[in-house]
Design a protein around this ligand. Sequence first.
Ligand code: SF4
Ligand code: SF4
Length: 382
Amino acid sequence: MSSKVAIIRCESYDESAVFDAVGRGLELIAGIAAFASLAEEILLKPNVLVGSAPGAAVTTHPAVFAAVARHLQAHGVHVKYGDSPGFGNPENAARKSGLGEPADRLSIPFAEFTEGRQISFPEGHLIKQFFFANGALDADGIISLPKFKTHGMARVTGAVKNQFGCIVGTRKGEFHVRMPDIDRFSQMLVDLNLALKPRLYIMDGITAMEGNGPRGGDPRQMNVILISADPVALDATMCRMMALDPALVGTNVYGQEFGLGTYEDVELLGDPIEPFIAEDYNVNRSSASTTGRGDAGPFARNMIVPKPYIVAELCTKCGTCVKVCPVEPKAVDWATSGGAKDGKPPVHTYSRCIRCYCCQEMCPERAIKVRTPLLGRLIHRG
Ligand code: SF4
Ligand code: SF4
């Protein structure tokens, strides 16, 4: 059976325009009542990768968050919200991202995202246990509010990857270490979604991100809100708008294989997709990197898979990259560069680097870029 994705044009973050756009999309999909009942408690899960001003397009915009919350509240649904950022206090990060104002105005409490508990998931294809934030486990249901963005490791970050933030704090790093290749990491994300089963996904693609995402990329007007109950179909639609083959994204491929959704059998509703397709969207389309089945292995990892590197002139020596690097000993560190106080940026040791791109993801100065080695570029060209 095909999965429905609603495409709704919305050209600004004016709150009433976004409210109307979300309402139109919900009606096309099945109506809000199909996803939440009176007096239920629903967790809204925005993308709060870090505390970041809404204009930077790193996080889900407050106007989208407010619009969805208002639709739910109008149906007598109790709403909470929460996400666990890459590091730091979850609620502070959400407030820094502008979500605090609508949350206060609409009396939406922040859910418990600093503590969590282990759940067993025997049906998992790869992962049989997860440690989720209490806020994600205690709600009657989850509505995911992903952002339309590019990603260094996964090419895109959208509906499926948004739930990674339901894993508490630094425990996220453990998964990068245990699953250093994108195939297994994608399988883990699919299992995670099968375990949490969000009911609905409403993507903020009004101001999207391209290039060096998910934090250091450039905002790009896409003027769209996407809604679906199938996160794979929704991500595939985002890919098509980026002129990226959805089959190059691991979570699409394994999402379909494991029964989370479909990237091939998608029924589009609402506005036509063609005007949204951006052939020049800056996204990694290289077939030689960050995809393909099986572990690339150490040789391929060094010679083919894109590597993070620091642009020294942009680095403020804040040390965030060193802090978030999940491998021990660190694959980006001061030690090899003579320490922070010598005025030089940290240095990558590629033989240790598992290419999780957490350093690139979390650098506040956009000083870490990703480049494909020569061999990887040649293979792609061939
Ligand atoms: S996170 Fe970015 S700015 Fe901070 S030390 Fe690392 S490269 Fe430099
Ligand atoms: S250096 Fe960066 S990409 Fe490599 S393992 Fe550490 S955080 Fe991941």
